[in-house]
Write a protein that binds this ligand. Structure first.
Ligand code: HEC
Length: 412
């Protein structure tokens, strides 16, 4: 610096008045004072209290906040977006039949709709609350008034701002004096001394945090384009790593080098000896059985059991009458035109004369487009279903001779 340079004085703006502060020692006085200030027609002023004071809002003439309206609209938008997007994905972008259900129904899509409604409403509520309150506000002229600190404890305040069109140093002071304030009124000055720049530490801190936030994404991107022989991170290993042989792997310990051991020839798990070919496979001497196995009692009871099981396992496709017109068929036909194979009409002659053993095998192992049912239906129930199926077929092809003589009269 050369000597000739002049000392540049820091020119400060003359301190401006922010407003006039009055202190009260009871909430009643605060309410009474607020009512007076409102009646006097002031618009830029506020009251401060350590706790919500009932009746203060009407006394100040505060209108209800618009926040609920904003939140309602946000929730509505979130919910309808969720509904629309799910509808669009499952009917237009990627229609996919699941268990013959419709592509689109409201109930199945409620969880996400609910979540998005709440999410959008909650985030909007939080954000709008801050915006409407002009937050965050790092500093306020009142922060520098010592006695104002008691606003968090046991004192109540009113500040009328100098920017109010009705503000007049003398008149406003007179009005506040007349409201029985506690102690003297105080003029609150605008803070023109403190710097408004963001502190350096904060700026650098944000820069460091911001750059650090990129690192995980960079690492993720990197690992997408590179290969490694190291195993993945395993935060909770549970029982994922064990000394064990996996199925179909090699094990040099055994002569045949298989890790999976075969059953010793001829062994059968307890209770799984299904030696009875007739009962378990519908075969007698290698040919399809023409009779029911001895375990099946041909009785009214078995018939009823068969009817019930048929209604559960077969009717959805073949229909209660066995004609092949069940609900699944009707639905599938409308969804998969051309590719759906109709369940057989069980009254066809070929099926009426098919040996029961062959029907048994068909149900057990499935036949052409019909799925197998041996895992779902016990053998005895499969036989009961066939018994009922036989009755169904007979009823469908019945002639007058099948009706007891006493009852023929009415039918002729
Ligand atoms: C998921 C639908 C579906 C269910 C459930 C179903 N079926 Fe079928 N069934 C079919 C279809 C489809 C065919 C025709 C298969 C073909 O021709 O490719 C068929 C064919 C048959 C046939 C004719 C087989 C032949 O030899 O031509 C019989 C008998 C039969 N079903 C009995 C039953 C019985 C008994 C049940 C109940 C245990 C049953 N089905 C359950 C779809 C079903």
């Amino acid at each position: 610096m050369s000597d000739s340079s002049e000392n540049i004085a820091v020119v400060r703006e003359p301190a401006q008045v922010h407003g006039l502060l009055a202190e009260y020692d009871t909430p009643q006085k605060l309410i009474a004072a607020a009512r007076r200030v409102k009646e006097a027609g002031y618009t830029r002023w506020d009251s401060y209290s350590p706790f919500p004071v009932h009746g203060l809002d009407p006394a100040m003439g505060i209108k209800p906040t618009i926040l609920p309206v904003i939140v309602f609209i946000a929730g509505l938008l979130g919910g309808s977006f969720a509904l629309f997007f799910q509808w669009w994905t499952s009917t237009i972008d990627y229609p996919w039949i699941v268990s013959g259900k419709p592509f689109w129904t409201v109930p199945a899509n409620i969880p996400i709709t609910f979540e998005l409604t709440v999410l959008s409403a909650a985030l909007t509520c939080f954000g709008s609350m801050l915006l409407l309150n002009k937050l965050p506000m790092p500093s306020h002229p009142l922060d520098r008034i010592r006695r104002f600190a008691r606003v968090t404890d046991d004192r109540f305040f009113i500040v009328i701002q100098a920017s109010d069109p009705k503000f007049d140093a003398r008149e406003t002071a007179q009005l506040l004096e007349s409201t029985e304030p506690h102690g003297a009124l105080e003029t609150v000055m605008e803070d023109v001394e403190s710097s408004t720049a963001i502190p350096r530490g904060v700026v650098y801190g944000l820069l460091v945090l911001g750059s650090a936030a990129i690192v995980p994404f960079a690492l993720a991107t990197l690992s997408r384009v590179t290969t490694t022989t190291k195993p993945r991170f395993h935060i909770v290993p549970d029982m994922d790593f064990q000394q064990k042989y996996k199925a179909q792997r090699m094990n040099t310990f055994f002569a045949d080098q298989r890790a999976m051991r075969l059953d010793v020839a001829g062994t059968v798990a307890v209770g799984e000896l299904r030696a009875d070919d007739h009962f378990y496979r519908g075969k007698v001497d290698g040919a399809f059985a023409k009779t029911f196995p001895s375990q099946i009692e041909i009785s009214e009871e078995t018939m009823q059991r068969g009817q019930e099981r048929f209604g559960i396992y077969c009717a959805p496709c073949h229909g209660l009458d066995g004609s092949g017109q069940g609900m699944v068929h009707q639905r599938a036909r409308s969804l998969m035109q051309g590719t759906w194979v109709q369940p057989s009409d069980l009254h066809q002659d070929v099926l009426r004369y098919k040996p029961v053993g062959e029907l048994f095998q068909g149900i057990s192992k499935g036949i052409r487009n019909m799925p197998p049912y041996e895992r779902q239906i016990e053998p005895a129930d499969r036989w009961a279903i066939i018994l009922y199926l036989r009755a169904l077929q007979r009823g469908n092809a019945a002639s007058l001779e099948d009706v007891p003589e006493a009852e023929r009269k009415g039918l002729e």
